[in-house]
Design a binder for this molecule. Sequence first.
Ligand code: HEM
Ligand SMILES: *[C@@H]1O[C@H](CO)[C@@H](O)[C@H](O)[C@H]1NC(C)=O
Ligand SMILES: *[C@@H]1O[C@H](CO)[C@@H](O)[C@H](O)[C@H]1NC(C)=O
Ligand SMILES: *[C@@H]1O[C@H](CO)[C@@H](O)[C@H](O)[C@H]1NC(C)=O
Ligand SMILES: *[C@@H]1O[C@H](CO)[C@@H](O)[C@H](O)[C@H]1NC(C)=O
Length: 191
Amino acid sequence: MTDVKQEKKPDSFGFVDVLRVLGGVIFLNAFLSWWFTSSSTWGYDGKWINTSYLAHRITNNFVNLTLEELSLFNGTDSRLPIYVAVNGSVYDVSASRGIYGPKGSYRMLSGKDAARVYVTGCFRNPAEYTYDLRGLDEEEASHDVKEWQIFYEHHPKYWLVGHVQHEVIQGEPPEPCEHVKFPGYHAPRSH
Ligand code: HEM
Ligand SMILES: *[C@@H]1O[C@H](CO)[C@@H](O)[C@H](O)[C@H]1NC(C)=O
Ligand SMILES: *[C@@H]1O[C@H](CO)[C@@H](O)[C@H](O)[C@H]1NC(C)=O
Ligand SMILES: *[C@@H]1O[C@H](CO)[C@@H](O)[C@H](O)[C@H]1NC(C)=O
Ligand SMILES: *[C@@H]1O[C@H](CO)[C@@H](O)[C@H](O)[C@H]1NC(C)=O
């Protein structure tokens, strides 16, 4: 008998196996979640599983819209996302079509930069849906604008998509109105 050395392949655990295990774990997780919660993500439906948001995060692409372009994103065209803007910053709020879509209670905010009405709350006056902040208390305006920008940017379902170029404001600012603040509002600290 010839002594043939059996060359046994070492048990190697390669890249493909890592992928297999990973795929299995992901599938098992999704299956268990679906089994227990009827959702494959344990009920999570925030922006981190939205392909639009992930694509935006990966490409780091920010839009730079004119006011006219922004107006297309007011929810009327259901193929397009819904955008709102607060003093130049544009946010994707498509996840709340019920609030910002054509039948939503805040539909008037969509497709435009209505920074002023975020500060005054004078929703009945169409002239308030503008980024013209002239005549407002500066501290109140910058406080409220910042708060709403933070609200949209850090919201579990909304995100910053880019910016809108403001046109030069002409004419007089809207008449002063009695401000209405949302429940639980904290006024800016006065010095
Ligand atoms: C400066 C004043 C105000 C501003 C700028 C404002 C703005 C908004 C915005 C942007 C949303 C949607 C939030 C989201 O995307 O989840 C919202 C929701 C809401 N606001 Fe206001 N709001 C104001 C005052 C008020 C007041 C005074 C009330 C009631 C007394 C009110 C009641 C509500 C309710 C009930 C919702 C939920 C709407 C829904 O889920 O369909 N808001 N508000
Ligand atoms: C993900 O984002 C897109 C575009 O903004 C939006 O139309 C869609 O409703 C979102 N999907 C979910 C599941 O929230
Ligand atoms: C946006 O576009 C305009 C012209 O289309 C340009 O003047 C402006 O610098 C751009 N802004 C940014 C932040 O890229
Ligand atoms: C949205 O914008 C389009 C085109 O600018 C307009 O025809 C439509 O009436 C607007 N819809 C709402 C709800 O304002
Ligand atoms: C609004 O945006 C302009 C331009 O970026 C900035 O100079 C101004 O301070 C902002 N106003 C408020 C109230 O945030």
